[in-house]
Design a binder for this molecule. Structure first.
Ligand code: SAM
Length: 284
């Protein structure tokens, strides 16, 4: 396609820093009704997808994020049967969720169908579970979907969204959390990508407050590495409709029947221990 830059650089305003990957060529670019999608072939990180200039994933490091968005929440639930993923159009989180045999249905609600169609083309390994009969792919607004969801119909809601701007802005507020709380069965878990702890601690604090405000009794934030995202260090925040998130099905995680590259029972335990500055700021 067009003459490539030799580096794809994402400049990050809030952190005053940038992330860059050396690229061989641009594979695709299009403007959808929701966002600009760009896909590059990099020299060392496989393919890279960016939405509105923000890096969503690379072939090489997406396992860190996708495993941490799925497995801590699913192993914290005693019997996750029905899972809803909001966003997640690259389908990597869906693939991880469907590795759990007890999951009977996983619904992915992505606003932009083009993200999924391009992931099928450029990240086929992430889409290998899309034909699983337990998977349902919907292309609609996740905010409206959760607002209309039947009460107590879901075990785990995973919010795998873009940053809290544009179509994802409404996924970080009280009314969305209220919808999730209502849709979850008792003991149900909401997990949301919660941005970089080093530079977005105030946002994480607000998210946690709002989650508690709508009724989630237990809230935990788990940090993990993610080279392709601002600061290289990311987090997810889990909230339970019921007490306590410190325990999980540790034996199940130790003897899991599927392969992972980052997640393990010990990594899960370690992720529940917060660094001092986070512990102090978040009051854990
Ligand atoms: N892991 C990524 C990150 O944290 O940078 C997110 C990847 S995933 C591709 C994010 C997806 O959320 C995008 O495909 C975007 O279209 C979708 N999205 C944003 N707002 C949404 C909404 N309101 N409902 C459903 N999907 C939404």
């Amino acid at each position: 396609m067009s003459t490539p830059p030799s580096w794809f650089i994402e400049e990050v305003d809030h952190s005053g820093s940038a992330i860059g990957f050396r690229v061989k060529r641009k594979l695709h670019e299009e403007q959808t009704p929701f966002q600009k999608i760009e896909i590059y072939e990099t020299t060392d990180w496989g393919n890279l997808m960016a939405l509105d200039g923000c890096i969503m994933l690379t072939t090489r490091d997406n396992f860190l994020y996708h495993e941490m968005m799925a497995h801590p929440a699913l192993f914290s639930h005693s019997n996750p049967k029905r899972v809803v993923i909001i966003g997640g159009g690259d389908c990597g989180t869906l693939r991880e969720v469907l590795r759990h045999r007890e999951v009977e249905q996983a619904v992915q609600v992505e606003i932009d169908e083009r993200v999924t169609r391009l992931a099928e083309q450029y990240f086929p390994e992430l889409c290998e579970a899309n034909a699983d009969p337990r998977a349902q792919l919907l292309f609609e607004d996740g905010i409206a979907y959760m607002a209309a969801a039947a009460a107590e119909s879901v075990d785990v809601v995973i919010v795998d969204s873009t940053d809290p701007v544009g179509p994802a802005e409404g996924l970080f507020n009280e009314s969305f959390y209220q919808s999730c709380f209502k849709a979850l069965r008792p003991g149900g878990i909401l997990v949301q990508q919660s941005e970089p702890p080093l530079t977005q601690l105030a946002l994480i604090k607000t998210m946690r407050q709002l989650m508690r405000q709508v009724g989630f009794a237990a809230v935990r934030t788990l940090p993990f590495p993610q080279p392709a995202y601002p600061t290289g260090w990311w987090s997810c925040t889990m909230a339970r409709k019921g007490a306590d998130l410190s325990g999980f099905r540790e034996r199940g995680a130790h003897s899991k029947s599927f392969p992972t590259r980052y997640y393990s029972a010990d990594v899960h335990k370690a992720a529940l221990v917060l660094p001092e500055f986070m512990r102090e700021a978040l009051g854990e």
